[in-house]
Design a protein. Structure first.
Length: 271
């Protein structure tokens, strides 16, 4: 099924955690399967200083992998000045294409909300200093996320709301400030009608696709515990149906958007 669905697709996975243990321990096979599925480039996201360092090392090894650097809201309680200085150094590297994933998560509240807000705002400021795009994680905190983006004065045309789970009203708010919106395998799940309605609203030039691997395995692979970049083809197929286009056209559009937003070069060193 995967082969016939992806024969003509050239995909970019805009957000995957290749340094997560479940993927890192089988990385060569993961990259091989991604290539076979038509994934020509991918962005290795990070949520801690350690993961950001590992992501940069991986991006330096593989010409078709780029990386981000950031402290996830879950980890904000432990992020001090030295950690944020390390993120700034890592994010300045040419192989790094964004500060992220950063933001607010009021669903789990693994870090106190004051710490989440502080670390989010400080990383937005360092993204401004570096002139880097921003990858935002927001869960049950959309109003405050938007408020902090506004207060810090970042260029919201360079913001990506990753792994979007918001409904149409909040997606419109993101679009109103010029942000891009990225959808993961969650959009393929049954009973996600409101999310698909929101996905249909996003202009072609602001749409991205991702796996958020090893999380969020898409249908028909939802029971597969470890998601991987090859599976982004299923996200493309679902969104193509929602948006009444072809998977090939959607792949071309989202790949062009990732290249433009993150400043990716042509794929090289596919290995």
């Amino acid at each position: 099924m995967m082969a016939c669905m992806t024969d003509r697709l050239e995909l970019i996975d805009a957000h995957c955690h290749l340094c997560h243990g479940r993927l890192r321990q089988q990385l060569a096979a993961v990259l091989d399967r991604a290539r076979a599925a038509g994934v020509t480039r991918m962005i290795c996201a990070a949520g801690t200083v350690a993961e950001s360092k590992a992501a940069l090392a991986l991006a330096r090894q593989h010409g078709h992998v780029w990386c981000t650097a950031g402290v996830h809201p879950h980890e904000a309680k432990d992020a001090g000045e030295d950690d944020l200085a390390a993120i700034e150094r890592l994010a300045a590297d040419p192989r790094n294409v964004a500060v992220g994933e950063i933001g607010l998560d009021y669903h789990y509240d693994f870090s106190p909300r004051d710490d989440q807000r502080r670390v989010f705002a400080e990383q937005l400021q360092l993204a401004k200093r570096l002139g880097k795009p921003i990858v935002v994680h927001t869960r049950e905190a959309f109003d405050e996320t938007m408020a902090i983006l506004r207060e810090t004065g970042v260029d919201t045309a360079r913001v990506v709301f990753h792994c979007c789970t918001e409904g149409a009203a909040n997606v419109r708010r993101a679009l109103d400030v010029g942000a891009a919106v990225s959808f993961s395998g969650i959009v393929t799940f049954k009973n996600t009608g409101p999310l698909r309605e929101a996905a249909a609203l996003v202009p072609d030039e602001r749409l991205l696709i991702e796996t958020d691997a090893p999380f969020c395995s898409p249908e028909p692979l939802r029971k597969v515990r470890t998601n991987e970049p090859a599976h982004v083809a299923h996200v493309a197929a679902c969104l193509a149906a929602v948006r009444k286009t072809t998977p090939e056209a959607l792949a071309r559009t989202t790949a062009a958007n990732a290249v433009r937003l993150f400043g990716l070069s042509e794929a090289s060193g596919l290995g």
